[in-house]
Design a protein around this ligand. Structure first.
Ligand SMILES: [Ca+2]
Length: 350
């Protein structure tokens, strides 16, 4: 199949990028910034008024602190999402306490965030969505026993169509082991009609291979974006000069910006947020069309199945050895600029 993906339009994107850069440059110089116009952004997504239902399955608290960063980023966008679950799915280190630590910071910032957007969820409602998932890799067969996390995925997936007329799918963003998704699909295969999975592979797959292989081999009809390399564009390549660097950006726009900003920098001073492209995918771009442009990447079908997409292997979209990474990092100024404005909410009056 030919690749339908086009890596540009360049012109309108650079208009938006330039406007965003000027806004940041204004802040850099102590001048009040003007928000960049969303001209040239990918059409559709949560920031365009669509409101996805989202469960995040994270190895937060494990060997890499970057999921703390991704969780902070997620919570400052929680007003444009229906967050329906925050699941600790390590495997290995990392537990629900690590998610609760981020929610505690959110609770401190909540009154200020709420001044800017009424639809932020209460800290108590978020705590009620925190569930423990699998703490060990799946055995060779790919599944074992249900966990609190896998049961929660099944329960929320079944809610699709309730209330009547709300037929939105349930997005499951996999930031850690995929064991809980595999367990949920094994226990209730019917939920495949309701769920959409965007997973970060690579290290996660190497640490929990049987669950991933079970889904890949036994559930070829699963709606699934599997990113093994494009996600690297979150911190590799793209515009990184001046205030856009992995260290300069959080120093200027995250540290000192609420309890959430300080937590992020305390956990890891330079940006990585390797799992965040899964959320960026939902923020800007048509979530129903993985081959189109999104802040969180553009993907290609394979011969695996009709609802499976992965990284685009085109040479011009590589960043170093990472296929498809430029489908993420080409939007760096846009998604960092947008996030910057939200971090400012923690410290600024409406
Ligand atoms: Ca992770």
């Amino acid at each position: 199949m030919p690749f339908p993906f086009l890596p540009f339009p360049v012109f309108p994107r650079y208009i938006a990028a330039t406007a965003a850069w000027l806004a940041v440059a204004a802040i850099w110089g102590g001048v009040p910034a003007v928000a960049a116009a969303p001209r040239g952004y990918p059409a559709g997504g949560a920031l365009a008024g669509q409101r996805p239902r989202v469960i995040v399955s994270s190895d937060i608290g494990g060997s890499d602190p970057d999921d703390f960063q991704s969780m902070v980023h997620l919570l400052v966008y929680a007003d444009v999402l229906d967050v329906e679950g925050l699941i600790s799915s390590p495997p290995g280190k990392g537990r629900v306490a690590d998610i609760l630590e981020v929610i505690a910071a959110y609770e401190q910032d909540f009154p200020q965030l709420k001044r800017h957007s009424q639809t932020y969820p209460t800290p108590a409602s978020l705590r009620a969505l925190v569930k423990q998932g699998a703490t060990e890799p799946a055995p060779e067969v790919g599944y074992s026993q249900p966990t609190e996390g896998s049961r929660w995925m099944v329960q929320r997936a079944r809610r699709s169509g309730s209330p009547p007329g709300d037929n939105r799918p349930l997005w499951i963003l996999v930031w850690g082991g995929i064991s809980d998704v595999a367990q949920a699909v094994h226990d209730e295969p019917g939920i495949k009609a309701q769920i959409r999975v965007y997973s970060t592979g690579s290290w996660n797959t190497r640490n929990d291979p049987a669950a991933r292989n079970y889904l890949h081999q036994r559930h070829r009809d699963l709606w699934w974006i599997e990113s093994d390399t494009a996600f690297r564009g979150m911190y590799q390549g793209g515009r990184q000069d001046g205030p856009w660097g992995n260290r300069s950006f959080p120093d200027a726009h995250v540290r000192g910006h609420g309890a959430l900003g300080d937590l992020l920098c305390r956990k890891k001073a330079d940006l990585k947020m390797g799992d965040t492209p899964s959320l960026l995918y939902l923020l800007r771009g048509d979530p129903d069309g993985p081959t189109g442009e999104h802040w969180g990447g553009a993907f290609v079908p394979t011969d695996h199945g009709p609802h499976y997409w992965t990284d685009n292997p085109a040479a011009e979209l590589r960043e170093g050895n990472y296929a498809g990474a430029k489908t993420v990092n080409q939007w760096r100024v846009d998604y960092l600029g947008d996030w910057q404005a939200r971090m400012d909410w923690t410290a600024r009056a409406p």
